[in-house]
Design a protein around this ligand. Structure first.
Ligand code: COD
Ligand code: ZN
Length: 396
């Protein structure tokens, strides 16, 4: 009598991926091994990845994560295979990546705050999947995952909760941006601040995320919407996304006085800091009226502190709060945002500065760093179509 044959374990596949070995770079595109998905995991053929400033923060070490790692946390693709126990998606499903995959079991998930999920946070810190394992290898060495996504690669393995299924037919090169920039900006306005029609909004920092704060504020009916940036080209873009007034912070460091002037001397009802610097966080707090709300979207380096006048806390009763991934519920928000895009209420096309192949990821990060690019989209598996990363918004 012979034992039943044991099926051979599925073989890893070879994929090209953007690998960061050390802080400071270089970020190299390498051919790496990718294991099949384990229990509760999904392998996704990546269609497109957006280049976000947080990837740049990892490169510079201001967002410390375990290295070496495959970067990328904003993207979309098609499910290729699923591991044991996966029920929410099937091979062939189009998905957007969710970089805060709530575990559904911790205190924060149970109270309806998956944005604060302990397991998702631990996963980001450990650079692994929730199992504690990694699925990428280079030359026999394990590579870490970034935010459980690592989508600057032709394919990746993520936890089941790290993908949100989306309706078929939506261009994945645009849906990719909903994985971070759009959901973060929209959520900051809709969930964290709860902006009401007719209220005033100031936005400090009009990059990929800040422009989405602006267009969500427009959607919420805010007026005025005051855009503040050091770059005139970003301010021009901000107007296209719904800003009614602009303040050039490159001309004067004092951005509070212009906000007061535009709000009858009161200050804005809401201010959003979308840069990640102590000075601009303090300016956002200073730019809101008594009882108003300042929302910090940007993440400063871990050692930095913000000075807030102690007397103002009780006497002006302002709310100073933060938002992580726009305090969103990605399963609900991502399909909702895509429906708004399809209805013409939110703009994704105007965010895209260029579309490039994976090999141009280094140039795309440089274009973001220099301020030339808003979002560069990396199209996997084929040549890009828009020349140099950092050109003006495509077709605009
Ligand atoms: N005053 C006004 N504007 C400024 C100033 C200043 N002193 N300094 C820079 N700016 C402008 C820049 O000109 C630019 O337009 C904008 O601020 C920043 O935009 P981007 O496009 O460079 O950056 P985004 O929009 O891609 O990202 C912004 C974040 C704040 C989200 C990001 O930098 C961040 O803090 N990331 C860490 C948080 C995190 O991990 N998030 C997870 C995924 S995003
Ligand atoms: Zn991001």
């Amino acid at each position: 009598m012979s034992a039943a044959p044991v099926p051979a374990p599925p073989a890893p596949i070879a994929v090209r991926a953007a690998v960061l070995e050390d802080v400071g770079g270089p970020l190299r595109v390498e051919t790496v091994e990718l294991d099949p998905p384990g229990p509760g995991e999904v392998r996704v053929r990546v269609a497109a990845a957006g280049v976000c400033r947080s990837d740049l923060h990892v490169l510079h070490g201001t967002l410390p994560v375990p290295l070496p790692a495959v970067l990328g946390h904003e993207g979309a693709g098609i499910v290729e295979s699923v591991g044991p126990g996966v029920t929410r998606v099937r091979p062939g499903d189009p998905v957007v990546f969710n970089w805060v995959p709530g575990c559904g079991r911790c205190h924060y998930c149970r109270i309806g705050r998956p944005d604060l999920c302990d397991a998702a946070f631990d996963m980001q810190v450990s650079g692994t999947l929730p199992s504690g394992e990694t699925r990428f290898r280079l030359g026999g060495r394990a590579l870490h995952h970034f935010s459980g996504v690592s989508c600057m690669a032709e394919a990746t393995v993520v936890p089941e909760a790290g993908v949100v299924p989306i309706p078929p037919g939506i261009p994945l090169e645009r849906a990719a941006l909903v994985g971070c920039a759009v959901t973060t900006g929209y959520g900051a306005v809709v969930h964290t601040a709860g902006v009401r029609p007719g209220t005033s909004v100031a936005v400090l920092g009009c990059g990929g995320v800040g422009l989405n704060v602006i267009q969500a504020a427009r959607l919420a009916g805010a007026h005025p919407i005051i855009a503040i940036d050091v770059r005139p080209d970003k301010l021009a873009l901000a107007r296209r996304f719904g800003a009614t007034h602009t303040v050039d912070a490159g001309r004067s460091e004092d951005v509070i006085t212009p906000v007061l002037e535009l709000t009858d001397g009161l200050g804005a009802d809401y201010a959003f800091e979308v840069i990640g610097r102590p000075e601009t966080i303090a300016a956002a707090y200073g730019a809101v009226r008594k009882g108003g709300t300042a929302v910090v979207v940007g993440v400063a380096a871990p050692h930095e502190e913000v000075a807030i006048n102690a007397f103002s806390l009780p006497s002006q009763s302002k709310v100073l709060t933060g938002t992580w991934y726009g305090r969103s519920r990605p399963d609900v928000d991502i399909p909702r945002i895509l429906a708004l895009v399809q209805a013409g209420r939110l703009d994704l096309d105007g965010l895209v500065s260029a579309t490039v192949p994976l090999d141009a990821v280094g140039e795309a990060l440089e274009a973001l760093e220099s301020g030339r690019a808003v979002r560069t989209v990396i199209r996997m598996g084929e040549a890009g179509d828009a020349g140099e990363a950092g050109d003006a918004a495509e077709g605009k």
